[in-house]
Design a binder for this molecule. Structure first.
Ligand code: ADP
Length: 566
């Protein structure tokens, strides 16, 4: 073995031992160095130990540290050429670990012999040494290069491991969860700050005198010892709620405890147990608040519901009362209509008796005349037959007057239907002509063929017409020119009109002002109800009743009604 042979030379052996000792002291020096400083220190040490002109160290960036490329050169290397050499060595380091290679000397004549030692980070990481010395590298050089590369690798790895540990410790210490671990007997070995705080513990000395079961509320210990711990040891984990106690105040604190086993990676045997536990007080408080809120909400809903039920009951009672009042009002209205018809009929009855007197007197006279004719026998049959025929006609007329009166007095329903307006007016006019009023009134009825139908209660609308026509008759008692006109007309698409015009006295201003108010009358035996009742009837038919003076004397009353649907 040539390397061992060389070491057999005392001088080389001494050099080798001296350099090995020097290398072994480096890790202690590198303790607080960063990666770049370690690489530079290794390069400087090797340059002085090896018979080399250039040492190049390259380490890739790891975690939060940048990559380090460091080069040290002997004084033989001219200033300004190091960049060029670095590029060559970087290329040479790739995949040529531990191989010796010779390239054209970039520094001058001859060749540059280079050798590389890898560092344990993979890729190009490693140390490259180069020299123009044709003996380079000796076995000692390669040995020292390899040891230096190992030391630097370990130092950099330790540095990263320490940084990692610092980070983890910071996370655990900053956590608000209770984190700790204990040995398998249950003696605590580590607690994070949150754990000390949550249980009111002072320091590790106090903690190490305790057992993890001392952390628990007394009534939890049996369960923890006989249930949770065996499960941790058997399955590796127990998760559940446990009550711990505060060492200073004695407060019982609910925790969600995640209790687990830590095993040795190599042997698989359990070495410790640990916990990450959460204080459940904030959550429980939130749940309590929520429950209370729910409770008060339910109560409010119940109260509100009963308030609403009461309001509903009140409303129902009110609605019933209103319905009863409406029914009473309707009944009163119906009675009023009936009464008004009766009163109108009552008024008419006197006049009617007078009117009936006419046909009856005529009838009596005619029958007497017939009897006289027949008493003077022999008599001629024809005149007697004529007289009797006329008598029969008068009897029929009287009967007709009575029939119409009966029909009018009969209580009218409220049912509405399409009625033939000309027929309705004709009937009313006939009935009115049979009542009070002067003789010799010229009645003219004029019907627009486009205003034939009306949607009405026949009896009620007839009552209106009867009132108007009768008033017109009565108003013409003193008139010389006695003419009554009833004219229908289609005004537009929506309304039709019935105008009742007379040539009577007309209306004095003081009457016009209060014309449609009840009990306004100028007649000795009048009641002053006809017009007011008529106007209400017309309005219930969604129509209007109005008055205007007739030019040249007299009055015109106009009834406007809606055109019935097709
Ligand atoms: P009444 O006929 O019982 O008096 P009305 O309400 O029908 O009640 O009429 C009220 C008053 O209006 C009448 O007393 C009369 O003075 C006046 N009047 C109604 N119609 C006419 C008319 N066509 N011409 C003149 N005056 C009228």
């Amino acid at each position: 073995m040539p390397w061992v042979n060389m070491l057999s030379e005392p001088q080389e052996l001494r050099r080798c031992i001296r350099d090995l000792v020097a290398l072994s002291t480096l890790p202690a020096i590198w303790k607080d160095y960063d990666t770049r400083q370690i690489a530079d220190s290794a390069a400087a040490a090797l340059l002085s130990m090896l018979n080399a002109d250039v040492i190049y160290v390259t380490v890739p960036g790891l975690r939060d540290e940048a990559a380090a490329d460091v080069m040290r050169t002997s004084q033989a290397v001219p200033v300004g050429s190091s960049g060029h050499i670095e590029r060559i060595l970087r290329g040479a380091s790739r995949g040529r670990h531990q191989q010796i290679s010779a390239i054209d000397n970039p520094l001058g004549k001859g060749t540059l012999r280079i050798v590389a030692a890898p560092m344990g980070f993979g890729g190009d990481a490693g140390i490259v040494a180069g020299s123009v010395n044709p003996q380079f590298p000796s076995e000692t050089d390669r040995l020292l290069l390899g040891i230096a590369a190992n030391h630097a690798t370990l130092a950099i790895e330790r540095r990263h491991a320490e940084a990692e540990q610092r980070r983890l410790t910071t996370v655990i210490e900053r956590s608000s969860e209770f984190i700790g671990f204990a040995d398998l007997e249950g003696t605590p070995q580590y607690l994070n700050s949150a754990a000390y705080e949550l249980l009111g513990l002072s320091g590790i000395e106090e903690v190490q005198r305790l057992s993890i079961f001392d952390f628990m509320a007394p009534y939890e210990r049996t369960r923890a010892l006989h249930e949770a711990l065996p499960m941790v040891m058997r399955t590796g984990r127990w998760l559940g709620e446990l009550h711990l106690r505060h060492f200073r105040t004695g407060e019982i604190i609910p925790f969600l405890v995640d209790w687990f086993r830590i095993d040795d990676k190599r042997t698989g045997c359990p070495t410790n147990m640990a916990t990450v536990s959460r204080d459940l007080r904030p959550q429980k408080k939130l749940e309590g608040d929520l429950r209370r809120l729910n409770g008060s909400l339910e109560q409010r809903v119940t109260e509100r519901t009963s308030e609403l039920a009461e309001a509903l009951e009140r409303l129902t009672i009110e609605a019933e009362e209103r319905a009863r009042a409406d029914a009473r009002a309707q009944k009163l209205q119906a009675e009023l209509h009936h009464a008004s018809r009766l009163s109108a009929a009552g008024q008419m009855a006197g006049a009617l008796a007078h009117e009936l007197n006419q046909p009856l007197t005529a009838l009596t006279n005619l029958v007497n005349a017939g009897r006289r004719m027949m008493a003077n026998a022999p008599y001629r049959v024809d005149p007697v037959r004529d007289v009797l025929g006329e008598a029969a006609e008068q009897a029929l007329r009287a009967g007709e007057i009575i029939r119409r009166l009966r029909e009018f007095v009969a209580r009218g329903g409220t049912d509405m239907r399409i009625e033939n307006l000309p027929d309705l007016i004709r009937e009313a006019s006939h009935l009115a002509s049979a009542g009070a009023g002067p003789n010799g009134v010229k009645v003219r009825l004029s019907f627009d063929p486009r205003a034939k139908a009306v949607f009405a209660n026949r009896i009620q609308l007839q009552q209106v017409m009867l009132n108007l026509i009768r008033n017109a008759h009565e108003a013409m008692g003193q008139s010389e020119w006695r003419e009554l006109e009833v004219v229908t007309a289609r005004l537009d698409d929506e309304s039709i009109e019935i105008a009742v015009a007379d040539r009577g006295s007309g209306l004095p201003d003081d009457i016009v002002e209060h014309l449609f108010e009840p009990f306004r009358t100028t007649k000795v035996n009048g009641m002053g109800l006809g017009l007011s009742i008529s106007r209400s009837i017309v309005e219930t038919h969604r129509g209007k009743l109005g008055y205007e003076p007739n030019c040249g004397g007299g009055a015109i009353f106009r009834v406007t009604l809606p055109v019935p649907p097709e």
